[in-house]
Design a protein. Structure first.
Length: 390
């Protein structure tokens, strides 16, 4: 009776290589054509290409030079997960983690270069899967921690969970080489464990690429959500998002949580546009936001109402506190420097402040007082802070 296990193993390996190859082309198209998270997409194209090449060389053992089919094949597989570990942080706007990934890759490659690829292959198997497990675990933990800063614990676990599953599978292969040494040193060997491992590797392939696609899709959704809530020029909250924040704070007013508003209008903005051009006006608005942001706490909300008008929401702040914040902003702006094509232009703004009162039916009443106070500041010569009592 003929044992078909090796043939089945080779078929599974060929199917896995095909899937990796298709995934590599897909990610390359996403990076080059769709420009969807290009650094991560190019990295994932490289991950899949490296794994496909590694497994292809592995399948040639016994027919091609040992340097290619053993050492190069193993190092390419480690390099694939090193690339994955490097580019994953870019999905959450963090720098690439190339140092730790490079350290594991170089250490693994150097260790494998000292091992003989003949006879007992247990150390080679352990070195490969220990490196793969370390890189996979680092990528999983890094992804979980980065997501945890942005989403809930449950969501971060859901998104990073498949990466932890891959880490567990790689750890299983490493433990198998320690518990049952010499039984399954080659993934193409005739054994039920190897067939199960090849199936799990094919599943890991699909899970890995599906997880990466989901993470990139989640990043795209977050970017769209941000665009719908932020002013495209200055990157502060737009009118709608700021209004929602003020309404939320106004609801808390009924529970004894005060808040104040600071209305800001840049002085002589039309004159600036007429003299230096609209591009200079846009740059001036960006400069204004740059100067104001250090005066704003994390709990505060800075938004653009339109044109040269901005508003700051100050939770748990009374009129005196709002006056201090507004005066600090006014002084910082007055002392700031704005240059456009070598020409200096003084930037100032008029500030109107108002504190929410328990009798205010809606936030519009508070906004109205702050707006009227701002116009009073304009009437008094600009570059001043004014308040309007309820």
């Amino acid at each position: 009776m003929i044992d078909h296990t090796p043939t089945n193993a080779l078929t599974l390996l060929a199917a896995t290589v095909l899937v990796f190859s298709v995934a590599s082309v897909f990610w390359a198209v996403m990076a080059q054509g769709a420009r969807l998270a290009p650094r991560a997409s190019f990295g994932l194209a490289g991950v899949n290409a490296l794994l496909a090449l590694s497994l292809s060389l592995h399948a040639l053992r016994g027919t091609a030079p040992a340097l290619l089919t053993f050492w190069a094949s193993d190092v390419l597989s480690i390099a694939a997960l090193a690339v994955l570990r490097t580019v994953l942080p870019t999905l959450v706007r963090r720098p690439m983690a190339w140092r730790s990934a490079g350290a594991v890759l170089l250490s693994g490659a150097a260790l494998l270069a000292t091992l003989p690829y003949s006879g007992d292959m247990r150390m080679e198997t352990r070195a490969v899967f220990a490196s793969l497990f370390a890189l996979s675990l680092m990528a999983s933990l890094d992804t979980w921690w980065a997501l945890r800063q942005r989403v809930s614990v449950a969501m971060s676990l859901l998104l990073s969970g498949p990466l932890f599953v891959i880490s567990v599978l790689l750890a299983g292969r490493l433990l198998e080489s320690l518990i049952l040494p010499g039984n399954n040193t080659d993934i193409l060997g005739a054994g039920e464990f190897n067939i199960a491992w090849l199936w799990s590797m094919l599943a890991m392939n699909l899970v890995l690429n599906a997880t990466m696609a989901f993470l990139i899709l989640a990043k795209l959704i977050r970017r769209i959500q941000r665009l719908t809530r932020h002013d495209p020029l200055t990157d502060v909250l737009n009118r709608r998002a700021l209004s929602e924040a003020i309404d939320t704070e106004h609801a808390r007013l009924q529970r004894g949580k005060p808040y104040a508003l600071v209305m800001i209008d840049m002085d002589r903005f039309k004159q600036l546009n007429d003299s230096l051009g609209h591009a200079a006006g846009d740059a001036a608005l960006q400069r204004l936001v740059e100067v104001l942001k250090p005066c704003v706490r994390e709990v505060d909300a800075l938004g653009r109402l339109g044109g040269e008008e901005f508003c700051v929401l100050l939770p748990l702040t009374d009129l005196a506190g709002a006056a201090l914040v507004a005066e600090r902003m006014r002084l910082n702006l007055e002392e700031s420097e704005f240059l456009w094509q070598g020409q200096s232009w003084p930037l100032t703004a008029s500030f109107g402040i108002a504190e929410a009162e328990p009798g205010d039916i809606s936030a519009d009443a508070v906004l109205g007082r702050a707006d009227r106070a701002m116009y009073r500041a304009k009437a008094q010569g600009r570059n001043v802070v004014q308040a309007l009592d309820a």
